[in-house]
Design a protein around this ligand. Structure first.
Ligand code: SF4
Length: 369
């Protein structure tokens, strides 16, 4: 299968931890930008006529900050320029501070059937500290508008002063408001972001404290029927993200928009991170690609193993053999032997033991050659 990712790089203001490609002061460019995305879809669509796309993911930035009619137009354009499957999963990311009933109605008319809502925390003081534009009440109002819809909520761990009670309260809020899926991520303090200073000052919880919050959150999620299927992702039965599963299965995807990445026909490539350059390139009929590389066989094998081990589905030896013609345990003999104590083996499948999945990065470094 294949997916389409569309990046909408506009936000109302920059969050203190954010190093995504997002431009808080350039909302006025949304119309010109979307016209370029429509054109890029047409250019890419011509190259990919033979492919069928089963998922669309509209991420950002804050896709819900722009006029919803641009999103409606985008979906029309994707349906015109790509071959979408009969029943595609179509997700949009939303900030609860930018949503109203009319927007949701337009999204639904556009064919969007999955909503990813950036809650992060239910604690208003922590939200303000993160520079988020929304409050707990905004999330509650957003969830009321999404009643009966398939929606996911993002929960963040490792915030300054965050307690177990905050985590409990946040998970309870998301679950009680009807989320079918919860993504629970640890904050990564990136150099160059305002929150990095808090990190350098030792004001953020350390790795062990975050791991404790994660284990606590995982237990609560399980109690509420959300089962982990990837290190940061928990779902009620039947609501796993098809788009993300495609990434973890090393499936193909095309990225549209500034900074969007793609993986197609064995090549990984990335668009420019510069908004003006993106617009200029598209207007002159060129793809705005700034990095491109063929993935060699050794890298492809490592990607397969690394991505599969992030999930509870693990590595299928049969699937590996089908793709590469070899035995993964032979290809990674030394790493496999070293990490065996952390692995569960059942028939054809090898996965990281449940209790070690959170620290999978440390295990996976053994597989890097
Ligand atoms: S809303 Fe998301 S993309 Fe926008 S600034 Fe905040 S974290 Fe970054």
């Amino acid at each position: 299968m294949a997916g389409i990712y569309v990046h909408i790089p506009f936000c109302k203001q920059k969050c203190t931890y954010c190093d995504f490609t997002s431009f808080p002061n350039r909302l006025g460019f949304a119309e010109a930008y979307m016209a370029c995305v429509y054109k890029e879809a047409e250019m890419r669509g011509k190259e990919l006529q033979k492919e069928t796309f089963e998922t669309v993911y509209i991420g950002g930035g804050t896709p819900s900050v722009i006029d919803p009619n641009y999103i409606y137009g985008l979906m029309k354009q994707l349906a015109r320029t790509f071959h979408l499957s009969k029943d595609p999963e179509v997700t949009i990311e939303m900030n609860p501070g930018t949503v109203d009933a009319q927007k949701i109605a337009i999204y639904k008319r556009a064919g969007i059937n999955r909503f990813s809502v950036g809650l992060q925390t239910a604690n208003d003081a922590l939200l303000a500290d993160l520079g988020r534009i929304h409050t707990r009440a905004d999330f509650e109002a957003c969830a009321r508008l999404l009643r009966g819809e398939n929606f996911s909520a993002d929960v963040m761990l490792g915030l300054k002063g965050q307690t177990k009670e905050d985590v409990r309260d946040t998970i309870a809020l998301a679950a009680d408001c009807g989320a079918s899926h919860i993504s629970m991520y640890a904050l990564t303090p990136e150099d160059g972001t305002p929150i990095y200073t808090d990190y350098l000052n030792g004001e953020l919880p350390d790795g062990d404290e975050v791991a404790e919050l994660y284990e606590y959150g995982k237990t609560l999620l399980n109690e509420r029927g959300f089962l982990r299927y990837e290190v940061s992702n928990f779902t009620k039965a039947g609501y796993g993200s098809r788009h993300n599963l495609n990434y973890w299965k090393r499936g193909q995807y095309i990225g549209l928009g500034v900074s969007a990445s793609s993986f197609f026909y064995g090549k990984r490539f990335t668009n420019t991170f510069d908004l003006d350059e993106y617009i200029k390139c598209i207007l002159s009929g060129h793809f705005p690609v700034v990095e491109s590389e063929e993935v060699g066989e050794a890298d492809a094998k490592f990607e397969f193993v690394m991505l599969a081990l992030r999930t509870v589905f693990g590595i299928s030896a049969k699937e590996y053999k089908k793709q590469f013609g070899s035995d993964w345990k032979e290809d990674f003999r030394t790493a496999y032997e070293k990490t065996r104590a952390y692995l569960d083996e059942s028939g054809d499948v090898t996965r990281i033991k449940d209790e070690y999945l959170y620290v999978q990065n440390r295990i996976l470094t053994e597989y890097m050659t």
